[in-house]
Design a binder for this molecule. Structure first.
Ligand code: GLY
Length: 368
């Protein structure tokens, strides 16, 4: 088993990564439970795939599990479902020192974590992420949120989990498209500050997507270790270190907004194309070599993720795409910090990027 420690001051926790961990969830959670019952929040897809095994694993250590099963999908990250989760947790008589369990992808993790941040002014929670995106990104680092009519993830809290259990086997019950989209976040860690890991991705990405257990475990452990390092240095994204995790996200978010946050472009697919655009824009500005930008696009495209704007067939111009960025939650006193690259593994935060220039670049990209 790989164990990564997230060294948050005052609230450190472990991320445990192992194939088959879901069937042993009860055993791993037991030391974190003060009672012989636990409240588990999940969604209907995850419950259909895993409830029997997870419930049995808790029963095996003398713990009765009570389940709240939410509708699957992004729409669940709403005020309505948040209220439902909180009310249910209160009926379960969850106390501040209890740990509840979030079993599922980013939607369940973000929503349940946010509910946990509020119940009794903050109770404990354990993340058991079941998608690649949640395993390598959203379950670690304590960002929790819901979506509102004003935008995605605009209302939330920093609330760190007590433990994270990541089982690569969970990916077997998911569509390949979802896992591939999550893989964009894996590549991101190589590009931020670890050129060797990017090389590993080039050599092993296809194996990982084909289900190779060792490639999956390595990718999750390396990604979580990178995220843990960054989050420990800048838990609340105040000193410009955690912002590195947003590589590809500003372009990606604009593309997601333009495509209506729909199945047309999954979040990870937006991040993948966003990373390619950040690389090409960096090359256009003379910051990184055209060869490095082409190498990044070749890996992302080669793995089956979107690497060009053409295929999206957007009905807008570059400036209106760039305008979506004005609503980005990273806007800071009228400027938008942008993640650009000086090379593979050399991402940095640029604060002086002109949106007009981004618009012109996007026009060029749409015409390519
Ligand atoms: N997903 C970006 C972060 O956790 O900061």
């Amino acid at each position: 088993m790989a164990v990564v420690s997230v060294a948050i001051a005052g609230a450190p926790y472990d991320v445990r990564i192992e194939t088959g961990l879901l069937e042993r969830a009860g055993e791993h959670c037991r030391p974190f439970l003060r009672k012989n019952r636990v409240a588990i929040v999940t969604d209907e897809n995850v419950a259909a795939a895993w409830r029997t095994k997870v419930e049995a694993s808790f029963a095996a250590v003398g713990v009765v599990s009570n389940w709240l099963i939410l509708p699957a999908g992004e729409a669940t990250k709403s005020w309505e479902q948040l209220a439902r989760v909180i009310d249910w947790l209160l009926v379960q008589e969850v106390e501040r020192k209890d740990n509840i369990v979030a079993l599922g992808g980013g939607v369940v993790g973000d929503l349940t974590g946010f509910a946990a941040s509020m119940v009794k002014r903050g109770c404990g929670f354990i993340q058991i992420p079941t998608t690649l995106l949640a395993q390598v990104d959203s379950s670690v680092g304590g960002k929790t949120a819901i979506n509102t009519p004003a935008g995605k993830n605009l209302v939330g809290a920093f609330h760190q989990p007590s433990l994270v259990l990541a089982d690569p086997l969970a990916l077997d019950t998911l569509p390949l498209r979802d896992t591939r989209a999550g893989y964009a976040e894996v590549v991101k860690y190589g590009l931020i500050d670890d050129a060797q890991f990017f090389e590993w991705c080039e050599a092993n990405g296809a194996k990982l997507l084909a289900g190779d257990p060792s490639a999956r475990e390595t990718a999750i452990a390396k990604s979580v270790a990178a995220k843990a390092r960054i989050v420990a240095a800048d838990e609340k994204e105040t000193v410009g270190v955690r912002a590195l995790l947003n590589l590809g996200h500003t372009f990606g978010h604009a593309l997601e907004a333009e495509t209506g946050f729909s199945e047309r472009l999954l979040h990870g697919e937006g991040v993948a194309l966003g990373i390619v655009l950040a690389a090409r824009f960096s090359a256009r500005q003379g910051l990184m070599s055209g060869q490095d930008a082409a190498r990044i696009a070749a890996h992302i495209g080669g793995i089956g993720l979107p690497s060009s704007m053409k295929a999206l067939e957007l009905d807008c111009d570059g400036r209106s795409l760039a305008d979506h960025m004005l609503h980005d939650k990273k806007m800071d006193a009228g400027t938008l910090p942008f993640l650009l690259m000086r090379g593979i593994g050399q991402t940095f935060l640029a604060k002086d990027v002109d949106l007009g220039e981004i618009g012109a670049f996007l026009d060029e990209e749409m015409a390519r």
